[in-house]
Design a protein around this ligand. Sequence first.
Ligand SMILES: [Zn+2]
Length: 181
Amino acid sequence: MDDSLLRSSGRIFVPFSSEPHSSDSQPGERFMLTQKESDRFWSNVQFTDGCWIWTGNRDRCGYGVFYRHGKRPKTHRLAFEEFYGPVTGELRVCHSCDNPPCVNPEHFFIGTQADNIGDMCSKERQPRGITHGMAKLTEHEVLTIREMHRNGQRTTPIAVQFGVCNEHVRNIILRKLWRHI
Ligand SMILES: [Zn+2]
């Protein structure tokens, strides 16, 4: 993908295929929206120059949720798939901004639950050419996260406070990330 498109201003749709809104369900495409669902989805978004704010339902951590077929997929994941296509396997969509309800695809990066998350989320290696805020935490913040965990804080509120994925916090606590401090 030519990510210069994504850096342009305004809301730019970058289809990943000729029929991005096909309702046919295929393996790995279970979150894809139909055209009608897509219209409903984006009508719940307040567009700004920075974050695009989901104005619909949110979960207790502040992430947007989109009720659909009895399920509640997260809105940032849906927004990601609207622009880039299905997220497969263990990959997950993370925010590079400090804003859980944000659905601006420029503010996402892809992480992984696998042991090599340190590689995937490092500054040097960025999958899919997304170049925003991979290493957003400072050493001080990482140490603070570990201290909060030692003091009995659960990972979810820590993740919300620092604007990163739960998984990211767990990997910091388990020292799969930031091993050197
Ligand atoms: Zn944002």
